[in-house]
Design a protein around this ligand. Structure first.
Ligand SMILES: [Ca+2]
Length: 332
């Protein structure tokens, strides 16, 4: 299913690859899996667990290498829950960073249960590594312009990263480090061309700062993109020992749910591979976040602006089926 969905991406792949210098193989994927960091709130909604399943599914197919995951939620169970899911997928050593300082915190329907029911070796959230320190360590070790970041939660960690100072890890301040090491950021946040969306209004100062100052191209996946793509009920068909199934069971009794975060992760892996999707097109321009938390889109700039947002053009049911198949993927 995933390969069928990918084939039309090949149409303009050669052009994209020539621009971004991604070496691709004949099947349209980069020969060397591109590097990706996931930043997630992983607590208040369950589409984050679906997105992590999509990411592991694509990693199992050899299409991405997961460098690290960062948690932007203050929920102390988020990190152990995430580590439990990574462990179940056979990647127990993915470094996980935790937001420090002021953090948006909600009671989760699933994080504590998953952390208690599934094995992992992660400390509680407050003892987990600082996300900014981990970002700096990971980024400092990578080649220039080699890392894709996908954020599917609040922008707290990324704001804190931008504001970080030079230190023993790197002589570069956060903004310069990001500008050197990051290729693209994909952001599930906002509503386009204008609106009011959870990931932005939960931490408005962070959203305002990141949207204004992030120094690489940013592709926004808005509320309206994932809203109509419903997935999750298919998890009834996998074994009960699957933690993704368990999280949906705890969240909404294994019924369907919009796929905001799955879309962002799926798109991010594609774009990290140098693929432009025929499932979504892009509108170029410039995003901004108002102090109320509302976001506004500002025109186009000859297709050269460093902000763009996705507009769906593929079939909703086919996208949902493709994403859900990835969510059902078992560890390799
Ligand atoms: Ca999320």
């Amino acid at each position: 299913m995933i390969r069928t969905g990918m084939l039309p991406w090949l149409k303009i792949l050669v052009v994209v690859a020539a621009v971004s210098f991604v070496v691709v193989s004949n099947n349209g994927w980069a020969e060397k899996p591109p590097l990706l960091i996931l930043d997630t709130d992983f607590s208040s909604d369950v589409d984050d667990t679906g997105a992590v399943a999509v990411l592991h599914g694509l990693a199992d197919q050899g299409h991405v290498r997961i460098l690290a995951m960062m948690v932007s939620s203050g929920d102390p169970w988020s990190v152990p829950c995430l580590d439990a899911i990574n462990t179940w997928y056979g990647r127990p050593d993915i470094p996980i960073g935790m937001v420090k300082g002021k953090a948006v915190t909600h009671i989760s329907k699933y994080t504590r249960k998953i952390a208690e029911e599934f094995s992992h070796d992660s400390p509680a959230g407050k003892d987990a590594p600082d996300a900014v320190t981990l970002y700096r360590k990971i980024l400092a070790q990578q080649a220039d312009h080699s890392v894709t970041i996908v954020t599917i939660g609040y922008l707290t960690n990324l704001r804190n990263l931008l504001l970080s100072k030079a230190d023993a890890i790197s002589p570069l301040d956060g903004g310069t480090l990001v500008r050197h090491k990051v290729k693209t950021m994909v952001c599930m946040g906002g509503d386009y061309p204008a609106g009011y969306e959870w990931n932005f209004y939960q931490d408005v100062p962070a959203a305002m700062h990141v949207v204004k100052y992030w120094p690489t191209p940013v592709i926004f996946c808005g509320f309206e993109v994932g809203r109509d793509i419903w997935t999750g009920a298919g998890l009834k068909n996998v074994r009960s020992t699957n933690p993704i199934r368990r999280s949906y069971e705890l969240y909404n009794r294994l019924t369907d749910r919009p796929s905001w975060d799955q879309v962002a992760v799926f798109y991010a892996v594609g774009i990290a591979n140098g693929q432009e999707s025929d499932l979504w097109t892009r509108v170029y321009g410039r995003n901004s976040v108002h102090p109320t938390g509302r976001n506004y889109w500002h025109g186009t700039v000859d297709g050269q602006a460093d902000h763009s947002y996705l507009v769906q053009r593929g079939d909703t049911d086919k996208i949902a089926e493709m994403l859900e198949q990835l969510m059902l993927s078992a560890p390799q």
